[in-house]
Design a binder for this molecule. Sequence first.
Ligand SMILES: [Zn+2]
Length: 172
Amino acid sequence: MHLTNDQLNEYLDKATHERAQIESHLDSCDECAARLSTLQNLFAELDSLPELELTRDLAARFTPRPSLPAQLPKFLTLTVSLQAAVALTAIIIAMPFIVQLIPVLEISSLSNVFIQLQTQWTTWLDMLSQVQFPTLPTFTFEISSIYLMSALVGVFMLWLVGNGLLLRNQIK
Ligand SMILES: [Zn+2]
């Protein structure tokens, strides 16, 4: 049995409890002695390498730009909150119209996806518990998912646009 690389490394680091065994193997085995001297040369070379200076200061990239205020001013925070509330209300009110605007084709493909997901889910539950689950009311499930998704997307878009305008005015 030859010495492992770990054993040789530990021997070089003087972090081994098998020092005597390793030394007796090294005395009798040219192959492991050669590996040890290769490792020794490698470490000596690594030690002799000069420390490299980074050409660019990486930390500078992550320090906040002083031009931006650390915290949003109070009136701005209030504006953003109000804006979000208004956006949410608008979305909820507009939702029935938005749903009507979505093409029928898209709704049917969406519901196909939902039905597939639901089938997968129930199959998985069945497999898991070996108990027959009653199928969920598909219609309610579809509509609420579409509502929720459109509402989230709409609020996000309004939020994004509104904040973009606010911040642009702030920086000017
Ligand atoms: Zn050996």
